[in-house]
Design a protein around this ligand. Structure first.
Ligand code: 5GP
Ligand code: MN
Length: 350
């Protein structure tokens, strides 16, 4: 069971707002991961059953559902801000209720942020990041100690509606978010509630092995070769400082025909080395550089904040409007390896 109590007044308000609403929009963040897609759809599919028949329920992601999560139940319903901008803006403007999942401030939905801020709708946040932007939402459900937003949706909706709207599709979505945000129940899962939520979902006849295949065993040959290239040619290792980082220019990405989605999870490879405590991955985009930070113990959220980003203690990120080269220098400086020589990629150490 979830080890905290929801505020009964907040629950009542959530319940009432869902019942009152005619046009509900659900939003999650740019470059959606499994938790963003899973919590978005897990909540959407329950609201389908809660809301009145006439209500419209629209899940939106700024740059759409990533290819590797299109197998999720009803993923095809998710509107893409990039591909259907006018429609998304219209739905956000017309909504009387907006539920934001798995992000803590409007800037995380990138070019849709002003649409969210200017929307007349009631706005609810359901999230597990630190420091939610309190002025941007009227009702906040936030628990930074919980494994994932998907787990939070399990407990919140169970408390609200007593599992009445759980079914196999809802369970597949929420289990996917729980599984991906914990790296397959490897981290952020030290509380029993995480496994209890998983057990509750598995009881709805989902197939964890099938979900694992959909999430993990998805590489194209290009992506496979790119990983080989990344580890042999683009991994900077600083053993004395216990730091390792990947850095990929646009040219590297073009050469292998890969993009951001193909790098999901690659940053974790830095931590697979026993002596490495902190890892980073930099990826050049047009006009900006995306930074991912991971650690075994150190707080990388505070480092990400210094780059204008944020996240969790052991997994954080930022989108830097500086050049790739400048961002690399800045990250090296934050990790205490600026000016140092990484181990030669062609050298084997004992
Ligand atoms: P990832 O490295 O997988 O992209 O993101 C890890 C975590 O860092 C995410 O769960 C999210 O909380 C945070 N994060 C990633 N990118 C950004 C960003 O551009 N801005 C902010 N504020 N947080 C980010
Ligand atoms: Mn999450």
């Amino acid at each position: 069971m979830y080890n905290k109590e929801f505020d009964s007044q907040h629950l009542a308000t959530f319940h009432q707002w869902c019942e009152d609403a005619c046009h509900i929009v659900l939003l999650s963040h740019m470059n959606a991961d499994g938790d963003a897609c899973g919590s978005l759809l897990g909540m959407t599919l329950q609201l389908d059953q809660v809301a009145t028949k006439a209500a419209t329920i629209t899940p939106i992601l700024p740059n759409g559902c990533p290819r590797n999560f299109l197998w999720l139940p009803q993923a095809e319903r998710i509107l893409s801000g990039e591909k259907q901008l006018a429609l998304c803006q219209e739905r956000i403007a017309e909504a009387d209720l907006i539920i934001c999942l798995d992000f803590n401030c409007a800037s995380r939905i990138d070019f849709l942020q002003d649409d969210l801020r200017n929307a007349k709708a009631r706005k609810i946040l359901v999230d597990h990041h630190h420091n939610p932007a309190e002025q941007e939402f009227q009702l906040i459900f936030s628990d930074p100690d919980i494994s994932s937003t998907s787990e939070y949706v399990v407990w919140l909706t169970q408390t609200l509606w007593g599992c009445k709207f759980f079914n196999c599709d809802v369970a597949r979505c929420l289990y996917t978010g729980l599984r991906t945000d914990t790296g397959g129940f490897a981290f952020s899962c030290s509380q029993p509630s995480c496994f209890e939520a998983a057990a509750l979902l598995v009881a709805y006849d989902i197939n964890p092995a099938d979900i694992h295949n959909h999430i993990v065993n998805t590489f194209t040959i290009n992506r496979m070769r790119f990983y080989g290239f990344a580890i042999s040619q683009r991994l900077q290792v600083y053993p004395t400082q216990h730091v390792a980082l990947f850095a990929f220019s646009l040219e590297d990405q073009r050469r292998f025909g890969v993009g951001g989605e193909d790098m999901e999870g690659l940053v974790n490879y830095t931590l697979m080395m026993s002596d490495i405590h902190t890892g980073a991955l930099l990826r050049e985009e047009e006009g900006r550089t995306k930074v991912s930070l991971r650690s075994k113990s150190k707080d990388v959220n505070s480092l990400a904040q210094q780059l204008g980003g944020g996240g969790h203690t052991k997994a954080a990120g930022a989108t830097c409007m500086m050049s790739f080269e400048e961002t690399l220098l800045r990250v090296q400086q934050l990790l205490g390896v600026q000016g140092l020589q990484p181990i030669d990629n062609n050298t084997l150490t004992a």
